[in-house]
Design a protein around this ligand. Structure first.
Ligand code: CA
Length: 343
């Protein structure tokens, strides 16, 4: 019979009580290490029976707010305050996270496009397969912490829909998003063009799963970190898996402003190579046809710049960070308000 199980190994026993901190062993046989493995950090905090919450970050290695949040939670959660199980996977695409890159420097793959992965695939595909067959099936809830990464900066947002799902599951996800309490909540069309995401795979398994887009720009900001950590703690408390204290400086949850982006018109792209001069900032309310920016060509400074305009009306929730652009790079992404009853 063909062997289709994971090739990754861990000494963590998911059924054992207490806080176990160890490495998932990702086999990687190379010149300097014939029988070697890559150490992917994995934490399991269990105390008796109860719900299981899976917390992931570092699916994109250059998104740091979630990785810092889960590092802090790993240290601060006392198993005595847990009922059930919290599984923490802070550097999900470990080679990418170690290198501070969106994609793996070993196989160039984007972990959030290769789910459900392959048991005998490239390293990134094997990581997706491990998450999908060993971690997600144990989970009742999953939070996948993302941000804009090196090239984009987001207003602190939740991603509450990324796939088609039953209405009752969607309602539970929206309820939990409100408990998290970030300023913005995105409900993308279920038909959004990119598949293979961690969240989509979890939804397919019936897990109450949602994601975040917390800042970005290859940095960590105090504001996003505060929103992210407080949000995760509120969710853990709400589902009954953790009974830890409310931090002295924890503010109450804010009601997310619910947004959508029904078509690619809500995404603004570079039409030329060059140097991008944005003329609006993150958080601006813009209208269809309004100027978004100019693309300059310092190589031919006598040439008129190319004007970029918005193709839709909405709130600027995401903006490109680096100045140099190539045709096809995303410059802005807008959100349109959703009325309650529309989701
Ligand atoms: Ca991301």
């Amino acid at each position: 019979m063909e062997e289709t199980g994971t090739r990754l190994a861990t000494q963590i026993d998911f059924e054992r009580d207490g806080k176990q901190c160890d490495y998932l062993r990702l086999p990687h046989s190379v010149h300097r290490s014939a029988y070697g493995w890559l150490p992917v950090p994995l934490v399991c905090i269990r105390n008796g029976d109860g719900p299981t919450v899976l917390l992931t970050s570092g699916v994109h290695g250059d998104e740091y707010e979630g990785q810092v949040t889960l590092t802090r939670l790993t240290r601060s959660i006392d198993p005595a305050d847990v009922t059930g199980r919290i599984i923490i996977f802070p550097m999900a695409n470990y080679p990418a996270a170690k290198a501070g890159l969106r994609t793996s420097p070993i196989d160039e793959l984007n972990l959030n496009r290769v789910f459900p992965g392959k048991h005998d695939g490239r390293l990134t595909e094997m990581l997706a397969h491990y998450i999908d067959t060993e971690l997600t099936p144990r989970a009742d809830y999953m939070l996948d912490l993302h941000s804009g990464g090196s090239s984009l900066m987001y207003l602190p947002s939740l991603v509450l829909r990324d796939a088609a799902m039953p209405a009752d599951l969607q309602a539970r996800i929206i309820e939990l998003g409100r408990v998290f309490g970030a300023p913005y909540g995105f409900l993308f069309p279920a038909t959004r063009g990119w598949g293979g995401t961690n969240m989509r795979a979890a939804i397919a398994r019936g897990v109450v799963a949602f994601g975040t887009e917390m800042g970005g720009g290859g940095t960590v900001t105090p504001e996003c970190l505060r929103i992210c950590e407080a949000g995760v703690r509120r969710v853990l408390r709400h589902v009954g898996v953790w009974h830890g204290p409310v931090a002295d400086d924890e503010e109450p949850a804010v009601e997310p402003r619910m947004l959508t982006a029904e078509s690619w018109d809500y995404f603004t792209y570079a039409s030329e190579d060059g140097l991008f001069e944005p003329v609006v900032e993150l958080g601006a309310e813009v209208t269809k046809g309004q100027r978004a920016g100019l693309i300059h060509t310092p190589e031919t400074p006598w040439r008129e710049p190319t004007e970029i305009r918005f193709d839709q009306t909405g709130l600027v929730v995401c903006k490109r960070v680096p100045g140099r652009v190539e045709r096809g790079d995303c410059l802005f992404h807008l959100g349109a308000d959703m009325a309650e009853g529309d989701w």
